[in-house]
Ligand binder design. Structure first.
Ligand SMILES: Cc1cc2nc3c(=O)[nH]c(=O)nc-3n(C[C@H](O)[C@H](O)[C@H](O)COP(=O)(O)O)c2cc1C
Length: 257
């Protein structure tokens, strides 16, 4: 076990954090959690190994993750990259995350893609990560520790971790609509606080969502204490329809070491 590990994550609805924290706890006694969705400047990592975890949006990682990672002063550190997706596909997301990490000169020693419940259509991948996922996440952590130990013994030339995906990456998802607040909204401000891109403003009795800033991450719907924040009916219905064929499909996790 390592003494400590810094976990950099973005997890608007908790699935990515669940997977990544379980993994990090399998690596180290102490996990420092750094939420990339906070509007704070990133501090230099304390640990020699960092874990970076992002959800998959439209086959990519959210731009705020790659932008924030590129501001991190972590040259020379080792990293494990994780993407968490909702059963459809992760496409270029893991490659994009690894490219951002290479840009800041960290050495990627392992990567993985894991499945969590879909944050727009909860019937897809329902209940994941499940017990089998938990076992796989723990095994992955153990394999990473073993690999680090082997390396310390024989100083092997570092092999590059190859992950699926292609460049140029898939065109970024186009956001045509944002979540809305129903009449149950009490203007409590929880969503405004949670929005990682500052797309929600409350002014007097009015709540506005800026379509140009919204990344449709669902953080606002997840935190709303009144369940008043939802996708517009038309958008929810079209996503339900599009993702319906994936209900009951069990996608396997993958690891690259
Ligand atoms: C806007 C948006 C786009 C998504 N795109 C994909 C996708 O391309 N492929 C996929 O399998 N899941 C996709 N998902 C599902 C998420 O990747 C999945 O639910 C993930 O666990 C969300 O992470 P979180 O729980 O940390 O917010 C998408 C979710 C959202 C909100």
């Amino acid at each position: 076990m390592l003494k400590n590990v810094d976990l950099y994550y973005f997890s608007p609805t908790g699935g990515t954090k669940k997977v990544a924290l379980m993994f990090a706890k399998g690596l180290a006694k102490k996990v420092n959690l750094i939420n990339l969705g906070d509007k704070k400047v990133l501090k230099e990592p304390e640990s020699d190994l960092i874990v970076v975890a992002a959800p998959v949006f439209g086959g990519r990682i959210p731009a705020l993750v790659s932008d924030k990672i590129r501001t991190l002063d972590a040259a020379g550190k080792k990293a494990v990259s994780l993407v968490v997706y909702g059963t459809r596909a992760y496409e270029d997301a893991l490659l994009e995350l690894n490219d951002a990490l290479k840009d800041i000169q960290v050495q990627i020693i392992a990567s993985g893609d894991f499945v969590a419940q879909h944050s727009i259509v909860s019937e897809v991948g329902k209940g994941r990560p499940d017990n089998k996922d938990i076992e796989e996440i723990k095994t992955f952590a153990k394999n990473v520790l073993d690999k680090m130990e082997d390396r310390n013994n024989d100083n092997d030339t570092e092999k590059e971790i190859k992950v699926p995906g292609s460049r140029p990456y898939k065109t970024a998802m186009k956001i045509t609509d944002t979540p809305i607040s129903t009449s149950r909204c009490t203007l409590c401000g929880t969503c405004e606080e949670a929005c990682p891109t500052g797309a929600i403003y409350i002014d007097g009795n009015e709540l506005t969502t800026d379509l140009r800033k919204c990344i449709l991450c669902m953080a606002c719907t997840y935190v709303c204490p009144e369940d008043a924040r939802v996708l517009p009916k038309k958008l929810q219905e079209s996503d339900d329809e599009m993702l319906k064929p994936l209900i009951g499909i069990y996608r396997e996790n993958e690891t690259f070491l």
